[in-house]
Write a protein that binds this ligand. Structure first.
Ligand SMILES: Cc1cc2nc3c(=O)[nH]c(=O)nc-3n(C[C@H](O)[C@H](O)[C@H](O)COP(=O)(O)OP(=O)(O)OC[C@H]3O[C@@H](n4cnc5c(N)ncnc54)[C@H](O)[C@@H]3O)c2cc1C
Length: 491
């Protein structure tokens, strides 16, 4: 673990630790503290642990369907995390081959892109335009280098305008709901940093010699869904006598200076007051700051009020056929298609649906004041199913059931002004002696499971060692996220 002590932590008399939020970050903290013999209480707003990485289970006449919230492959450079999960899941954790594509103008392309595949399908005119624009950007960056501020600046400078427009700009705008020129370059460097056209061309020309052996198109996956990691933690820690309060949330966080002195929590059984030694929180930052009594300084509240999240609406279809597609998931960047991605859970693990059946998980992106947010399953189906029929993926008559659900605080929105605001907020929060902000919503960081787990583990280790470790810099190394490093099997 990258464990650099920052400063000492103030201890109080009450030995218990309160964990707010039972996503990967919160559950990892709970597991680590339980192993060390600490008393923890976990407070979770929803009815299930696992946060965005939970797995839903639905009973139908033909059997049980299970689904994650979209694709949830696991990959990490951190061996500690593989050991952490294997200790929980044992053999119910397998390596899955990855096939993902994106669909543009009715054509399906491999993702991450393969130059040969793209060149074969786009035609000579567009291929030449891609090469011309790429060459132009290389010359321009050499002759007249200019500062890159937005996602659009980065994508165009790195790939050339034609290639950037081809597979990056539209999908990004669909996710975020704002123009790529208004999205911070930080999103690009976190998510696609390290991607190189030259490397892709080299791979196309010399397929066997490219890349280190660990850069492979497979990922790890729990046989019964990503959420089983967090359900396993729940079972382990409850067996040790720890409490997980579901359908519960903090209403007031009392503080004296920069120390939390008490937390009031509403539970289905009534209000409870905790006076913990430490609080670990993955509650979304703007929500959290509204709970402090006395409130944070006005400039902190003002900065937090501008930190926005993008939300998602999901449509889940159970389907009366063996398989819809060979892919784990497919992206749909085109603006005239209302959703962004479809995932077939059976292609992660056959145990995710009854024999002979399958399911599709369809993701729509929106803000909560947009009409999409309040659409019914019928309305979403009316938008999605004709598109799926058009691509020959399924027919209306093959659909057995539809369900929909929605989640807020899914994607922290990195607009051009987010960083100084986030610094103001995190500096104040990280200055609290016995409070640890962790995870995707808790630090407003676009983490995957691995980095959220790591943040939770570091928070736990900070408490255990009474030395605040560097949670902020987890996962900040620039790396190519889309094709992660997968740990090689132990001999
Ligand atoms: C569509 C999609 C696809 C993804 N694909 C992948 C993938 O392939 N691989 C991967 O590794 N990661 C993936 N992720 C990311 C992964 O889900 C997150 O990184 C991870 O779940 C973040 O964990 P967390 O604990 O930081 O936050 P969360 O999972 O958001 O957990 C926060 C928890 O806090 C709870 N909470 C919120 N407010 C309160 C409150 N007021 N009181 C109490 N509890 C509260 C929430 O209900 C939630 O349980 C994906 C995410 C999405 C949305």
């Amino acid at each position: 673990m990258p464990a650099k002590p920052l400063h000492s932590v103030v201890m109080t008399d009450d030995p218990s630790i309160l964990i707010l939020g039972a996503g990967p970050a919160g559950m990892a903290a709970a597991m680590e503290l339980t192993r060390a013999g600490k008393k923890v209480t976990v407070v979770e707003k929803s009815t299930q642990v696992g946060g965005l990485a939970k797995t839903f289970s639905f009973q139908e006449p033909e059997g049980t369907y299970r689904t994650d919230i979209g694709p949830h492959r696991f990959f990490s450079k951190n061996q500690y995390l593989y050991d952490f999960i294997e200790d929980l899941l044992h053999e119910e954790w397998k390596q899955v081959p990855r096939l993902t594509r994106f669909c543009i103008n009715g054509q399906f392309y491999l993702y991450p892109i393969r130059i040969r595949d793209v060149l074969r399908k786009i035609g000579i005119v567009r291929a030449c335009a891609m090469m011309r624009d790429y060459a132009w950007e290389r010359v321009r960056s050499w002759v007249a280098p200019h500062p890159l501020r937005s996602f659009e600046d980065y994508a165009v400078a790195t790939f050339g305008r034609t290639l950037a427009e081809f597979n990056m700009l539209e999908y990004t705008e669909k996710i975020w709901g704002i123009p790529c020129a208004d999205i911070s370059i930080d999103w690009a460097t976190q998510r696609i940093g390290g991607l190189s056209v030259v490397a892709a061309i080299r791979k196309a020309l010399f397929p066997k010699r490219s890349g280190p052996k660990t850069l492979v198109d497979t990922f790890y996956y729990p046989a019964m869904g990503s959420g089983t990691i967090y359900e396993a933690i729940r079972n382990r820690i409850e067996a040790e006598g720890q409490e997980i309060l579901l359908s519960s949330e903090p209403t007031v966080i009392r503080r004296s200076g920069n120390n939390v002195t008490g937390v009031e929590v509403t539970t289905p059984q009534g209000t409870r007051t905790f006076t913990p030694q430490a609080v670990v929180s993955s509650v979304p930052v703007p929500v959290l700051l509204g709970l402090f009594d006395p409130p944070p300084p006005p400039e902190v509240l003002e900065a937090a009020s501008h930190l926005r999240f993008r939300s998602q609406v999901y449509l889940f279809l159970t389907v009366d056929k063996e398989q819809v597609m060979p892919d784990n998931w497919i992206y749909f960047p085109d603006k005239d298609i209302p959703f962004g991605r479809i995932t077939e859970m059976k292609n992660f693990s056959t145990e995710m649906c009854p024999p002979g059946k399958t399911s599709l998980f369809i993701e729509f992106f929106c803000f909560e004041d947009e009409p999409l947010w309040s659409m019914s399953a019928e309305e979403l189906s009316a938008q999605a199913i004709p598109v799926l029929e058009r691509f020959g993926l399924l027919t209306q008559s093959e659909i057995l059931s539809t369900r929909h659900f929605r989640l807020s605080h899914v994607y922290p929105l990195y607009d051009l002004d987010y960083l100084p605001r986030l610094h103001t907020v995190m500096q104040w929060l990280d200055g609290m002696g016995n409070f640890y902000a962790i995870g995707r919503p808790g630090r407003f960081r676009y983490t995957n499971q691995d980095h959220s787990l790591e943040m939770g583990i570091l928070a736990a280790q900070s408490i255990l060692t009474a030395k605040r470790l560097d949670i902020e810099n987890v996962g900040k190394e620039k790396e190519y996220f889309e094709r992660g490093y997968v740990r090689m099997k132990k001999e």
